[in-house]
Design a protein around this ligand. Sequence first.
Ligand code: NAP
Length: 265
Amino acid sequence: MKITGKVAVITGASRGIGKATAIELAQRGAFVIVNYRGSEAAALETVAEIKSAGGDAVCMAWDVSDYAECEKNIKQIIDTFGRIDILVNNAGICVLEDFLSADSFENRDKHFDINIKGVWNTTKAVLPSMFKTGAGAIVIMSSVTGDMVADPGEVAYATSKAALVGFTKAMAREVADKKIRVNAICPGYVLTPLVEGMAKQSDPEDPKRAIQAIADAVPLGRLADPTEIGELAAFLGSSESSYITGAQIVIDGGSTLPETTSMGQ
Ligand code: NAP
């Protein structure tokens, strides 16, 4: 309950990890702004679920890749709700593509615009209000992909997620004297619409097989539930993690652990 009364913005909270994070933060007493880009019905559903569980939230649409939109909407949030205490930079995309395919520049730019510039834009728009209140917690949804592991077709995605580790560390240094903490979460595979889409891309005939194959390669034998990532985000957003900053926390069921698939088995 160390976030009761705090105002939290979660980007990309209409579904998946962002939705679970919004629910977890609201359950712990935060007032939540559920950001989305196009999925209004899903965002309204997130808000309805939060309210029916006794929490409070609103949803607001903006595209994180557009700085002017970020600035306008963040200003509106501050004018209306007074401040922002917690920012979870979660919005992101992942589209598999061969590096040599014809439109790989377009795919690269989409990933960089949303996954990297989206975090940059939203953080830049929010920080002045955290400076004013003299406190804040920023959580960045990176990934084990890029900084630690990768699969074929993930060059654009992996590059964007690895960049967020650098962003986290540099930003944590830059704002530490203002009592603002910045941390990255690096999930392994989480069962969300994004991963279901990747599985369809990877095995259009049998996407369930692709999901099962991921689970089989994880020491804990399954993908993460979005709630498990949301719980970690809520911890990093709360004062329970008051001495953690600049960290990248891996939450992957041990998926980056195996040294071989043969030894001792
Ligand atoms: P998801 O199910 O596809 O949800 C993505 C969310 O981001 C949606 O709410 C979507 O809203 C929003 N979004 C996308 N582009 C946006 C934009 N330009 N502006 C604002 N919102 C935007 O994805 P997820 O699996 O929950 O992933 C969430 C984050 O976790 C991503 O950053 C992803 O890279 C990271 N991650 C995921 C996994 C995993 O296994 N799932 C693992 C590691 C890291 P709209 O539909 O309205 O666009």
